[in-house]
Design a protein around this ligand. Structure first.
Ligand code: 1HE
Length: 262
Protein backbone atom coordinates (compact mmCIF):
# COMPACT_ATOMS: atom_id res chain seq x y z
CA UNK A 1 0.00 0.00 0.00
CA UNK A 2 1.48 3.42 -0.94
CA UNK A 3 2.21 6.04 1.70
CA UNK A 4 -0.92 7.93 2.75
CA UNK A 5 -1.32 11.07 4.76
CA UNK A 6 -4.32 12.20 6.79
CA UNK A 7 -5.10 14.65 3.97
CA UNK A 8 -4.97 12.06 1.18
CA UNK A 9 -6.15 8.50 1.53
CA UNK A 10 -6.27 5.52 -0.80
CA UNK A 11 -8.65 2.60 -0.48
CA UNK A 12 -8.53 -0.45 -2.73
CA UNK A 13 -11.90 -1.72 -3.97
CA UNK A 14 -13.11 -4.73 -5.93
CA UNK A 15 -12.54 -8.48 -5.47
CA UNK A 16 -9.06 -8.19 -6.91
CA UNK A 17 -8.35 -4.70 -5.52
CA UNK A 18 -8.36 -3.37 -9.07
CA UNK A 19 -9.93 0.03 -8.24
CA UNK A 20 -8.12 2.68 -6.17
CA UNK A 21 -10.38 5.23 -4.50
CA UNK A 22 -8.29 8.30 -3.70
CA UNK A 23 -9.81 10.89 -1.36
CA UNK A 24 -8.74 14.50 -0.84
CA UNK A 25 -9.44 14.70 2.85
CA UNK A 26 -9.03 18.28 4.04
CA UNK A 27 -12.68 19.31 4.14
CA UNK A 28 -12.23 22.11 6.69
CA UNK A 29 -9.99 23.88 4.12
CA UNK A 30 -12.22 22.81 1.22
CA UNK A 31 -9.47 20.38 0.17
CA UNK A 32 -7.12 23.27 -0.72
CA UNK A 33 -3.84 21.81 -2.00
CA UNK A 34 -0.83 22.65 0.14
CA UNK A 35 2.65 21.42 -0.84
CA UNK A 36 2.28 18.30 1.32
CA UNK A 37 -0.93 17.32 -0.43
CA UNK A 38 0.52 17.91 -3.92
CA UNK A 39 3.53 15.73 -3.03
CA UNK A 40 1.22 13.10 -1.56
CA UNK A 41 -0.69 12.96 -4.88
CA UNK A 42 2.65 12.41 -6.64
CA UNK A 43 3.65 9.67 -4.19
CA UNK A 44 0.33 7.85 -4.31
CA UNK A 45 0.41 7.60 -8.12
CA UNK A 46 4.11 6.68 -8.19
CA UNK A 47 3.52 3.92 -5.65
CA UNK A 48 0.24 2.59 -7.05
CA UNK A 49 -0.17 -1.10 -6.15
CA UNK A 50 0.19 -3.43 -9.15
CA UNK A 51 -3.33 -4.84 -8.65
CA UNK A 52 -4.90 -1.45 -9.52
CA UNK A 53 -6.27 -1.07 -13.06
CA UNK A 54 -8.19 2.24 -12.67
CA UNK A 55 -8.48 5.00 -10.08
CA UNK A 56 -11.13 7.45 -8.91
CA UNK A 57 -10.28 10.71 -7.19
CA UNK A 58 -12.82 12.72 -5.21
CA UNK A 59 -13.04 15.25 -2.40
CA UNK A 60 -14.39 14.77 1.11
CA UNK A 61 -16.94 17.34 2.29
CA UNK A 62 -18.98 19.79 0.22
CA UNK A 63 -16.34 20.54 -2.41
CA UNK A 64 -13.95 18.71 -4.71
CA UNK A 65 -11.09 21.18 -4.28
CA UNK A 66 -10.57 24.92 -3.63
CA UNK A 67 -7.24 24.97 -5.50
CA UNK A 68 -3.87 26.12 -4.27
CA UNK A 69 -3.64 26.63 -0.51
CA UNK A 70 -3.39 30.42 -0.62
CA UNK A 71 -1.94 30.57 2.90
CA UNK A 72 1.33 29.12 1.48
CA UNK A 73 1.63 31.71 -1.31
CA UNK A 74 3.09 34.49 0.86
CA UNK A 75 6.76 35.33 0.32
CA UNK A 76 7.82 33.21 -2.63
CA UNK A 77 10.30 34.89 -5.01
CA UNK A 78 10.42 34.25 -8.79
CA UNK A 79 12.93 31.39 -8.59
CA UNK A 80 10.98 29.63 -5.83
CA UNK A 81 7.82 30.20 -7.86
CA UNK A 82 9.28 28.37 -10.86
CA UNK A 83 10.27 25.39 -8.68
CA UNK A 84 6.85 25.38 -7.01
CA UNK A 85 5.04 25.32 -10.35
CA UNK A 86 7.37 22.59 -11.64
CA UNK A 87 6.59 20.55 -8.52
CA UNK A 88 2.87 20.74 -9.38
CA UNK A 89 3.68 19.80 -13.00
CA UNK A 90 5.62 16.75 -11.88
CA UNK A 91 2.87 15.64 -9.48
CA UNK A 92 0.00 16.09 -11.96
CA UNK A 93 2.05 14.40 -14.67
CA UNK A 94 1.97 11.28 -12.45
CA UNK A 95 -1.82 11.51 -12.66
CA UNK A 96 -2.10 12.13 -16.42
CA UNK A 97 0.76 9.93 -17.63
CA UNK A 98 0.89 7.65 -14.61
CA UNK A 99 0.15 3.97 -14.10
CA UNK A 100 -3.66 3.86 -14.52
CA UNK A 101 -6.61 5.76 -16.01
CA UNK A 102 -8.13 8.18 -13.50
CA UNK A 103 -11.77 9.26 -13.21
CA UNK A 104 -12.44 12.49 -11.29
CA UNK A 105 -15.73 12.65 -9.34
CA UNK A 106 -16.53 16.35 -9.10
CA UNK A 107 -18.91 18.20 -6.79
CA UNK A 108 -19.02 21.70 -5.32
CA UNK A 109 -15.98 23.89 -6.01
CA UNK A 110 -13.65 22.68 -8.76
CA UNK A 111 -11.57 25.83 -8.84
CA UNK A 112 -8.04 27.02 -9.58
CA UNK A 113 -5.60 24.21 -8.89
CA UNK A 114 -8.60 21.95 -8.26
CA UNK A 115 -9.60 22.37 -11.90
CA UNK A 116 -5.96 21.82 -12.87
CA UNK A 117 -6.00 18.52 -10.96
CA UNK A 118 -9.33 17.54 -12.54
CA UNK A 119 -7.96 18.32 -16.01
CA UNK A 120 -5.03 15.94 -15.46
CA UNK A 121 -7.55 13.10 -15.01
CA UNK A 122 -8.79 11.10 -17.99
CA UNK A 123 -12.55 11.32 -17.40
CA UNK A 124 -14.47 13.91 -15.38
CA UNK A 125 -17.90 13.24 -13.87
CA UNK A 126 -19.64 16.32 -12.47
CA UNK A 127 -22.68 16.25 -10.23
CA UNK A 128 -25.26 19.03 -10.35
CA UNK A 129 -23.58 20.90 -7.44
CA UNK A 130 -20.25 21.29 -9.27
CA UNK A 131 -18.97 24.70 -10.32
CA UNK A 132 -15.82 25.57 -12.22
CA UNK A 133 -13.70 28.72 -11.94
CA UNK A 134 -10.17 30.04 -12.32
CA UNK A 135 -9.93 32.74 -9.62
CA UNK A 136 -6.21 33.14 -10.31
CA UNK A 137 -7.16 35.94 -12.72
CA UNK A 138 -8.75 38.03 -9.98
CA UNK A 139 -6.15 37.13 -7.31
CA UNK A 140 -3.33 38.68 -9.36
CA UNK A 141 -1.67 35.34 -10.10
CA UNK A 142 -1.61 32.83 -12.98
CA UNK A 143 -2.28 29.12 -13.23
CA UNK A 144 0.83 27.13 -12.32
CA UNK A 145 -0.33 23.52 -12.18
CA UNK A 146 -0.45 22.82 -15.90
CA UNK A 147 -3.80 24.54 -16.43
CA UNK A 148 -2.65 26.70 -19.33
CA UNK A 149 -1.71 23.55 -21.24
CA UNK A 150 -4.50 21.16 -20.24
CA UNK A 151 -7.58 23.38 -19.88
CA UNK A 152 -7.46 24.95 -23.41
CA UNK A 153 -7.26 21.40 -24.77
CA UNK A 154 -10.60 20.70 -23.10
CA UNK A 155 -12.47 23.95 -23.72
CA UNK A 156 -10.31 26.13 -26.01
CA UNK A 157 -8.10 29.12 -25.25
CA UNK A 158 -10.92 31.69 -25.61
CA UNK A 159 -13.09 30.08 -22.92
CA UNK A 160 -10.19 29.68 -20.51
CA UNK A 161 -9.11 33.28 -21.08
CA UNK A 162 -12.71 34.41 -20.41
CA UNK A 163 -12.76 32.46 -17.11
CA UNK A 164 -9.51 34.15 -16.02
CA UNK A 165 -10.19 37.66 -17.39
CA UNK A 166 -13.69 37.93 -15.97
CA UNK A 167 -13.80 35.47 -13.05
CA UNK A 168 -16.65 33.70 -14.83
CA UNK A 169 -17.99 30.72 -12.87
CA UNK A 170 -19.44 27.87 -14.90
CA UNK A 171 -22.17 25.76 -13.34
CA UNK A 172 -22.28 22.00 -13.74
CA UNK A 173 -24.46 22.01 -16.85
CA UNK A 174 -22.41 24.67 -18.58
CA UNK A 175 -19.20 22.90 -17.56
CA UNK A 176 -20.40 19.68 -19.14
CA UNK A 177 -21.60 21.51 -22.26
CA UNK A 178 -18.22 23.18 -22.90
CA UNK A 179 -16.21 20.02 -22.17
CA UNK A 180 -14.91 20.44 -18.62
CA UNK A 181 -16.80 17.27 -17.70
CA UNK A 182 -17.86 14.36 -19.91
CA UNK A 183 -20.70 13.26 -17.61
CA UNK A 184 -23.32 15.29 -15.72
CA UNK A 185 -25.16 13.37 -12.99
CA UNK A 186 -27.65 14.24 -10.22
CA UNK A 187 -26.30 15.83 -7.04
CA UNK A 188 -24.63 13.33 -4.74
CA UNK A 189 -24.06 10.64 -7.39
CA UNK A 190 -20.71 11.62 -8.98
CA UNK A 191 -18.69 9.16 -6.92
CA UNK A 192 -21.04 6.26 -7.68
CA UNK A 193 -20.91 7.03 -11.42
CA UNK A 194 -17.12 7.46 -11.35
CA UNK A 195 -16.69 4.08 -9.61
CA UNK A 196 -18.98 2.46 -12.18
CA UNK A 197 -16.88 3.93 -15.02
CA UNK A 198 -13.62 2.92 -13.35
CA UNK A 199 -14.88 -0.65 -12.99
CA UNK A 200 -15.72 -0.73 -16.68
CA UNK A 201 -12.31 0.75 -17.61
CA UNK A 202 -10.55 -1.78 -15.39
CA UNK A 203 -12.10 -4.60 -17.43
CA UNK A 204 -10.38 -3.41 -20.66
CA UNK A 205 -7.23 -5.07 -21.93
CA UNK A 206 -4.37 -3.30 -20.09
CA UNK A 207 -2.54 -2.52 -23.33
CA UNK A 208 -5.61 -0.75 -24.73
CA UNK A 209 -5.76 1.46 -21.63
CA UNK A 210 -2.02 2.05 -21.90
CA UNK A 211 -2.39 3.18 -25.52
CA UNK A 212 -5.28 5.49 -24.59
CA UNK A 213 -3.25 7.10 -21.82
CA UNK A 214 0.16 7.25 -23.45
CA UNK A 215 -0.35 7.25 -27.23
CA UNK A 216 -3.61 9.15 -27.77
CA UNK A 217 -2.56 12.48 -26.16
CA UNK A 218 0.87 12.31 -27.83
CA UNK A 219 -0.74 11.68 -31.23
CA UNK A 220 -2.93 14.75 -30.61
CA UNK A 221 0.30 16.78 -30.22
CA UNK A 222 1.83 15.47 -33.45
CA UNK A 223 1.40 16.55 -37.04
CA UNK A 224 -1.14 14.46 -38.94
CA UNK A 225 1.62 12.63 -40.81
CA UNK A 226 3.48 11.71 -37.60
CA UNK A 227 0.18 10.90 -35.89
CA UNK A 228 -0.84 8.40 -38.58
CA UNK A 229 2.53 6.70 -38.28
CA UNK A 230 2.39 6.55 -34.45
CA UNK A 231 -1.16 5.22 -34.69
CA UNK A 232 -0.03 2.42 -37.03
CA UNK A 233 2.72 1.42 -34.58
CA UNK A 234 0.60 1.46 -31.42
CA UNK A 235 -2.37 -0.27 -33.04
CA UNK A 236 -0.07 -3.04 -34.29
CA UNK A 237 1.38 -3.52 -30.81
CA UNK A 238 -2.01 -3.50 -29.07
CA UNK A 239 -3.64 -6.01 -31.48
CA UNK A 240 -0.68 -8.38 -31.10
CA UNK A 241 -1.43 -9.07 -27.41
CA UNK A 242 -2.94 -12.53 -26.72
CA UNK A 243 -5.76 -10.82 -24.80
CA UNK A 244 -6.76 -8.84 -27.91
CA UNK A 245 -6.78 -12.01 -30.04
CA UNK A 246 -8.89 -13.82 -27.42
CA UNK A 247 -11.44 -10.99 -27.20
CA UNK A 248 -11.87 -10.78 -30.98
CA UNK A 249 -12.19 -14.59 -31.22
CA UNK A 250 -14.86 -14.54 -28.50
CA UNK A 251 -16.95 -12.12 -30.54
CA UNK A 252 -16.51 -14.04 -33.77
CA UNK A 253 -17.63 -17.23 -32.00
CA UNK A 254 -20.75 -15.45 -30.72
CA UNK A 255 -19.54 -15.26 -27.09
CA UNK A 256 -18.31 -11.66 -26.95
CA UNK A 257 -20.52 -8.71 -26.02
CA UNK A 258 -22.37 -6.84 -28.79
CA UNK A 259 -22.41 -3.07 -28.93
CA UNK A 260 -25.74 -2.01 -27.37
CA UNK A 261 -27.49 1.34 -27.56
CA UNK A 262 -27.51 2.76 -24.00
C1 1HE B 1 -8.73 28.06 1.84
C2 1HE B 1 -8.88 28.00 0.44
C3 1HE B 1 -7.70 28.12 -0.35
C4 1HE B 1 -10.85 27.81 1.33
N1 1HE B 1 -6.53 28.28 0.31
N2 1HE B 1 -7.56 28.24 2.43
N3 1HE B 1 -8.48 29.24 -4.83
C5 1HE B 1 -9.40 30.18 -4.61
O1 1HE B 1 -9.19 31.36 -4.81
C6 1HE B 1 -10.70 29.70 -4.02
C7 1HE B 1 -10.82 30.16 -2.58
N4 1HE B 1 -11.91 29.54 -1.87
C8 1HE B 1 -13.20 29.91 -2.05
O2 1HE B 1 -13.58 30.69 -2.91
C9 1HE B 1 -14.21 29.30 -1.11
O3 1HE B 1 -13.49 28.88 0.06
C10 1HE B 1 -14.97 28.07 -1.68
C11 1HE B 1 -15.95 28.54 -2.76
C12 1HE B 1 -14.04 27.02 -2.24
C13 1HE B 1 -15.78 27.39 -0.53
O4 1HE B 1 -16.56 28.34 0.14
P1 1HE B 1 -17.11 28.01 1.61
O5 1HE B 1 -17.99 29.13 2.01
O6 1HE B 1 -17.67 26.62 1.62
O7 1HE B 1 -15.82 27.94 2.55
P2 1HE B 1 -14.95 29.15 3.20
O8 1HE B 1 -15.64 29.64 4.44
O9 1HE B 1 -14.61 30.17 2.18
O10 1HE B 1 -13.60 28.40 3.57
C14 1HE B 1 -13.52 27.48 4.65
C15 1HE B 1 -12.08 27.48 5.14
O11 1HE B 1 -11.23 27.00 4.08
C16 1HE B 1 -11.58 28.89 5.46
O12 1HE B 1 -10.60 28.75 6.48
P3 1HE B 1 -10.98 29.04 8.03
O13 1HE B 1 -9.74 28.74 8.77
O14 1HE B 1 -11.40 30.48 8.04
O15 1HE B 1 -12.13 28.10 8.35
C17 1HE B 1 -10.88 29.31 4.20
O16 1HE B 1 -9.86 30.28 4.39
C18 1HE B 1 -10.26 27.99 3.77
N5 1HE B 1 -9.97 27.95 2.34
N6 1HE B 1 -10.19 27.83 0.15
C19 1HE B 1 -6.47 28.34 1.65
N7 1HE B 1 -7.71 28.02 -1.67
C20 1HE B 1 -0.73 25.68 -9.01
S1 1HE B 1 -1.32 27.23 -9.04
C21 1HE B 1 -3.00 27.15 -8.67
C22 1HE B 1 -3.48 28.53 -8.31
C23 1HE B 1 -4.80 28.50 -7.62
O17 1HE B 1 -5.37 27.47 -7.37
S2 1HE B 1 -5.43 30.02 -7.21
C24 1HE B 1 -7.05 29.70 -6.70
C25 1HE B 1 -7.13 29.50 -5.23
Amino acid sequence: MPIQTNDLTIELRGDEEQIALITLNRPTKRNALNDGLVLAIRDIFQGMPHSVRAAVIHGNGDHFCAGLDLSELSERNAAAGVHHSRMWHHALDQVERGPVPVVAALHGAVVGGGLELASACHIRVADASAFFALPEGSRGIFVGGGGSVRIPRLIGTARMADMMFTGRVLGAEEGERVGLAQYLVPQGTALEKALELATRIASNAPLTNYALMQALPRIADQTADHGFFTEALISAIVQDAPEAKARVREFLEGRGPKVKKQ
